[in-house]
Design a protein around this ligand. Structure first.
Ligand SMILES: NC(=O)c1ccc[n+]([C@@H]2O[C@H](COP(=O)([O-])OP(=O)(O)OC[C@H]3O[C@@H](n4cnc5c(N)ncnc54)[C@H](OP(=O)(O)O)[C@@H]3O)[C@@H](O)[C@H]2O)c1
Length: 381
């Protein structure tokens, strides 16, 4: 019996890769629900191609709800994400929404006992304790899609967690890895979007250029694997072949490797702990892969990385402030309202002004998120 899948963010980069994976695994999975923000025509077409019974469009014209055909349901607004995520025929929710907008659907899916294949890392950064509690209390489970966290999961599966002493996440270093600091500060939007090894949506591409993405991933790893920040290291690995290392208490290291493609981590998030045959994954040739190199992060050039890790260490609602301020700064940079070099300053101004509210419930966190957005927005002027 095939498993029902909901893809939140079905028109984006991860959503598209997920559809390719599901298309190759039709005996295991079937698409039940798809959502998008505003790409109505693309969503409609994907609904026709997959036979999805539910299509949710967050930013929909009033005509959208009435335009459903062939027994299909058209949902609207942010509640359509929750509707898709809690659909009774859905067993696995692939959350590929970008930013904090994915949080309520993750919480609802976990409370409804679903598996959440989580690409939307901002969800865990903003509300890690709430999300982990929702999984515990609701019987749902979170399986990471991020290639680094998938690598860690693949290395530790079947082993007692007490045996793990350290994680080393890899970072490609982004498009500005070897650049002069003054040149980085004035990098253009086009330059920042040109990632050397991964093709991704615009927000994560900018996060990779600032290395904010890696700070988000350190926080994500802290929540997913229950390790302290001193036990999570990052190393720059420009070839993006080794996705993550796990060090065990006896000093042994396991790593997961492969050519950069999100399709394997997406498939693994849906089948974990099982592995299934897949013809879509390019087989590895170590000779062709060539030299694998590693170097430290230049924290003096990529200041936002340290800000993110410090916010993670501070805990409570600081990671939510970091995430919200970063989302605002990235949008301001994409809109050409601030320079690349100002992104870290905007994030820092929100973190400096933050009073350290607790992160006990969703309402408080959403309030902190709104406050941080306003504060960061003011810093962009
Ligand atoms: N791309 C990668 O290789 C990669 C790798 C690891 C992790 N991730 C993570 O995966 C997530 C998605 O990344 P992506 O690169 O796939 O992004 P993307 O290409 O920009 O796609 C984002 C998707 O989310 C939808 N969306 C945007 N804003 C929304 C909102 N406010 N409410 C509901 N839906 C919204 C978009 O719909 P429209 O098309 O209608 O705008 C689109 O379907 C991010 O959290 C990213 O960090 C991505």
């Amino acid at each position: 019996m095939s498993k029902g899948i909901a893809i939140l963010g079905a028109t984006g980069s991860i959503g598209t890769s997920t559809l390719r994976v599901v298309d190759r695994q039709q005996d295991r999975f079937r698409i039940v629900a798809l959502t998008a923000f505003g790409a109505a025509e693309k969503l409609r077409q994907r609904g026709r191609e997959t036979g999805a019974g539910f299509l949710g469009l967050v930013n929909a014209e009033p005509s959208w709800a009435k335009s459903a055909v062939d027994g299909r349901v058209h949902g609207t607004g942010t509640e359509s994400l929750v509707e898709a995520a809690t659909h009774p025929d859905v067993e696995i929710v692939v959350n590929a929404v970008v930013g904090a907008a994915g949080l309520e659907a993750t919480l609802a899916a976990l409370a409804a006992g679903k598996r959440v294949a989580l690409a939307n890392k901002e969800t865990l950064v903003m509300a890690g304790d709430l999300v982990m509690a929702a999984a515990r209390d609701g019987g749902g489970e979170i399986v990471p899609v991020d290639s680094e966290h998938s690598a860690v999961l693949q290395c530790i599966t079947g082993r007692p967690t007490v045996d793990v002493s350290r994680l080393i996440l890899t970072a490609s270093g982004g498009p500005f890895r070897g650049w002069d600091p003054t040149r980085v500060a004035t990098a253009t939007v086009d330059e920042a979007l040109e990632h050397p090894t991964w093709r991704m949506g615009p927000k994560i591409s900018i996060d990779s250029a600032t290395l904010v993405n890696k700070a988000l991933e350190v926080i994500e790893a802290h929540y997913l694997f229950g390790l302290g920040y001193d036990a999570i290291d990052v190393v720059v690995h420009p070839q993006s072949i080794v996705h993550g290392f796990v060090e065990f208490v006896d000093g042994s290291i396991l790593a997961q490797m492969g050519y950069p493609s999100m399709e394997l981590p997406i498939l693994y998030a849906m089948t974990h702990p099982e592995r299934v045959a897949d013809v879509g994954v390019k087989r590895f040739d170590p000779v062709a892969a060539g030299d694998l190199t590693f170097e430290p992060i230049r924290q003096d050039v990529f200041a936002a990385f340290a800000l993110g890790v410090a916010a993670g260490r501070a805990g409570a609602s600081a990671p939510a402030v970091f995430n919200a301020a970063n989302e605002v700064a990235v949008q301001a940079f994409l809109d050409k309202r601030i320079s690349f070099g100002q992104i870290a300053g905007v994030i820092d101004s929100a973190l400096q002004a933050h009073r350290g509210d607790p992160a006990e419930d969703l309402e408080t966190l959403l309030g902190v998120d709104r406050w941080a957005r306003e504060t960061a927005e003011a810093a962009c002027c």
